[in-house]
Every structure is written in C-alpha cells, then in structure tokens.
Design a binder for this molecule. Structure first.
Ligand code: CMC
Length: 427
C-alpha cells in the first residue's frame, strides 16, 4: 500500500501508516513501533518529530509562510486586530462584528487582578528581571481562581483562557511599574486591550494618559505577530505540562519560563543588546567573523530559526513597523541603520546563505519596543503577553482531544548498567 512506510529492523519488516495533514509534510505514524519492535526512535530536539495533531497554525519554513487557522500572518497583521486574532485562534473562525464585541467585552471585564496579588510583587527585589516576576505571578494565579480549574469542563477551560489573556497585560505592566518604583495602575475599561496595556505601563495616576493611535496600532501588530507559532519550545512546554492535567495557570507559567531563554523569546532582548554592542556599521564585519567562528560562542541574535529556512514573514512586517513608529514618535535610532546593514552583510555572506540563516521576528522588534519606551528587560515579557493566546489555544486543543495522553518521551540510556552498591569505606 502506498500510504504505508516500511521499516526493516531486527530481521523483520514492519509497516506504519503515513498520515496526511491538510497541507505540509506527511507523518509516519510510529505509535505502535515500540510494542512491535521493542525499539524507540531517537530525535533529540524533535527535528523530525510531529508531537501532536493541531489545526491552529501552519508554518512552511522553506517558503516563509505562517498561517493562523489558514489566514496569512501578513494579512492578519495589516488588516486584523489582536483581539480578533485571539478569537480566531481560540474559536477557529474569524468573528462577526457582534461576536468580536462580546469577546472584547469579556476580555476587558477580566483585566483586573485579585487585589491580594499586588503583595506578591512586593516580595520581589526591585531589580528582579520582569520575566522572573511573570513566572512567579502567573504561577500564583493558580492559587486564586479556584472556580474554573476543572480542566475536563470546556466552560472552565474557556474562563481560564479568557482570564489569562485578559490579565497578562495587567501583570506585565505591574512588573514594569514595580521595577521603576511607580504605583500600579488599574485597568481602564474605556480603552482597547493594547491601549489599556500602554496606559498601565506608561501612565501615572497624577496625569491623564493619552494613547498615541500609531503606537497603539504598532503594539497591537506586534502582539499579532507573536500570537502563536506552532509547536515551538514554550508551546511544547505548555502542552507537556498540561498533559499531566496540571492547573492551566501553572502550565502557562511553565511556558513563560521556557520562553525566557535567549534561544527562544529572550532573543529579542539579546538582539538589541547585540546591536548596542556592535554600535556602528563599521564594527559589523568583526561581529560577523565572530558569529562564524565555531570556537566563539557569539551568535547573531535575531538570526536563524529552527523552522524558517527563508525570511521569517514576521520580520518583514516588523521591519516596516519600525519606520511607522519612528515617524509617529518623530524619533530615529541609529541602531536601525546598523541592523539594516547587518542584515544586508549577513545575507550576502556565504556562511549565512549556505546555512539559510535569515532575520527572525526578534531582529527588528527590539528597535520598535525601545522607541516606544520599553527597557530591554521588558521585551520578552511582551512576547509572553502576546503568546499567551497561542499557549491557551494549544492547551485547550490538547485537552479537548479524546486521545490525549500524558507526554512521556523515552531515551537512549548511556549510563552504567546495573552494579552493586559499595560501602563508603570500600570506595
Ligand atoms: N548566528 C551564527 N550561526 C548560527 C546562528 C546564528 N544566529 N544560528 C544558527 N547558526 C549556525 C549554527 O552554528 C549551526 O552551524 P553548524 O551546522 O556549522 O553547526 C547551524 O547554523 C544550524 O544551527 P542550529 O543551532 O543547529 O539550529 P537550530 O535549529 O537548533 O537553532 C536557533 C535555531 C533559533 C536556536 C538558532 O538559529 C539561534 O540560536 N539563533 C539566535 C537566537 C535567536 O534569534 N532566537 C530566536 C528564534 S525566533 C523567536 C522564537 O521562536 O523564539
């Protein structure tokens, strides 16, 4: 049969079904492999492993395509809003006008935090990294919202998902306020999701905060660009944590912890720090040489991707958004010139060409966020805020799947074989 893969091992031939998705590579269904052959597959880093079935997001890394529920990211970034993308990811279809209004109102009404949570912030040092605060505070939500933690109940899952999406901007803004020693601001229901976040971050109680529409639009677009990205490391972490039946807030806290790493969400912070270190375009060749040197741990941050072997479509939108924000705020940042030049030099260098290393979403985002006024330590927090919808949508999809099992990878054991314990005086 054509839709079977043959495997010859241990002197026998086995057949495994080939499954087809709606688009993208077929997968060989090896779920019976161990039972039949007594052997595992070996794929550290999951470079050839589809860990789940999903109908949320599709990436064609060779073509630089990213679709959410079938819609291209470029169209969503240009024509949609973050609230609409959240609805789309959670429900599978774009909302009608009424559905969007009801959804936005629901999210708005969940933006406040339990008052007691403010005391958690006060336990952190003022110089704590806001991602450390996010991990702690989001994990602590598990101790607050007991009325919706039956993960087998779809209504409970929906309420938890709405709470997480709604409260994340409040949590993120409070992390920032705490670090600069300013009072926390309560959400303002008159504002949009993104406008409210900007006000809670940059507003002060003594003055009326005016949301600049162009900045609100750019920020909303940045949220759209980060909303979901298939089975990346933090999403897989959320799925793995959730597969044991863990509390949803604890699962998202696990996702935040994973996102923090510089190879993942932490790359936006690292990319801007790198651009600052490079400084002027004349220093670029030195850093390009360092990035190519196998004995030097330096890498071009914001460059390369496990899946994209072409320009990351999110980076394209990000690059054009830099110019819009500069124009709206009447600012300029010489680091943008350095970034453009660095991209140009790298894309013409055989090392980067052969390895198919292109700018990713994080390469230009830091320049925009910095122009808006965020310190670098907040960059990954913004990523976490926006990715929360992807995490909860993926978590919900997994829990809704009747065939869902606890995630339990196996290993190739290379340690000592069984041996007898030796008393301490005999060693
Ligand atoms: N600078 C220099 N060389 C690189 C880079 C880079 N940024 N990225 C990959 N390479 C080289 C790497 O040294 C390796 O070379 P060789 O084959 O000779 O050993 C080859 O390219 C393949 O790299 P890899 O590390 O095996 O690839 P991976 O798929 O495991 O890693 C990555 C992907 C994103 C972790 C990596 O490209 C990287 O570290 N990039 C910088 C960090 C970054 O920008 N991360 C953000 C990713 S996008 C946002 C997100 O999804 O979180």
């Amino acid at each position: 049969m054509a839709n079977q893969a043959k495997l010859t091992t241990a002197g026998k031939e086995f057949e495994y079904p080939i499954l087809k998705g709606s688009v993208g590579p077929d997968v060989i269904d090896i779920r019976k492999l161990y039972g039949q052959t007594g052997q595992f597959t070996f794929d550290p880093g999951f470079t050839s492993t589809a860990a789940c079935e999903s109908a949320l997001t599709y990436i064609d890394g060779d073509e630089g395509v990213l679709l959410h529920r079938g819609y291209p990211i470029g169209q969503l970034a240009e024509q949609s809003s973050f609230m609409e993308v959240c609805y789309l990811l959670l429900n599978g279809e774009l909302p009608s006008g009424d559905e969007l209004e009801t959804f936005s109102t629901t999210i708005t009404r969940h933006t406040m935090l339990h008052e007691q949570l403010a005391t958690f912030y006060r336990g952190f040092r003022r110089d704590a990294h806001p991602m450390a605060i996010m991990c702690g505070v989001v994990g602590a939500l598990s101790a607050f919202y007991h009325d919706s933690t039956d993960i087998a109940d779809p209504e409970h899952r929906k309420i938890s998902s709405h709470r997480l999406i709604a409260k994340m901007p409040t949590i993120a803004a409070m992390a920032y306020k705490y670090s600069v020693g300013q009072p926390f601001l309560y959400p303002d229901n008159k504002l949009s999701y993104t406008g409210n976040f900007l006000r809670m971050t940059f507003g002060v109680p003594a003055e009326e905060y005016e949301v600049i529409p162009a900045v609100e639009k750019a920020m909303d677009r940045i949220f759209i660009l980060h909303a979901d990205h298939e089975q990346n490391a933090s999403t897989s972490t959320v799925r793995l944590a959730g597969s044991s039946g863990a509390n949803p807030f604890a699962c998202i806290a696990a996702g935040i912890a994973c996102l923090w790493g510089p190879a993942h969400g932490g790359a936006n912070e690292a990319a801007l720090n790198m651009l600052k270190e490079i400084g002027t375009p004349d220093k670029i060749p030195h850093y390009i040489e360092r990035a190519k040197d196998k004995n030097d741990p330096f890498r071009l941050m914001g460059f390369g991707h496990r899946v994209y072997k072409n320009y990351d479509p999110r980076a394209t939108v990000m690059q054009s958004t830099v110019r819009e924000v500069f124009e709206a705020l009447k600012v300029d940042d010489p680091l943008f010139e350095t970034a453009l030049r660095l991209e140009e030099i790298a894309l013409n260098d055989p090392y980067f060409v052969e390895k198919k290393l292109f700018p990713n979403v994080d390469f230009y985002s830091g320049i925009i966020l910095s122009a808006i006024g965020f310190p670098t330590t907040m960059f990954t927090v913004l990523f976490a805020l926006a990715r929360t919808v992807g995490w909860v949508a993926q978590w919900n999809e997994m829990i809704s799947d009747p065939g869902q099992k606890i995630g339990r990878p196996r290993q190739l054991y290379t340690g000592p074989t069984q041996r007898d314990y030796v008393a301490i005086d005999k060693r």
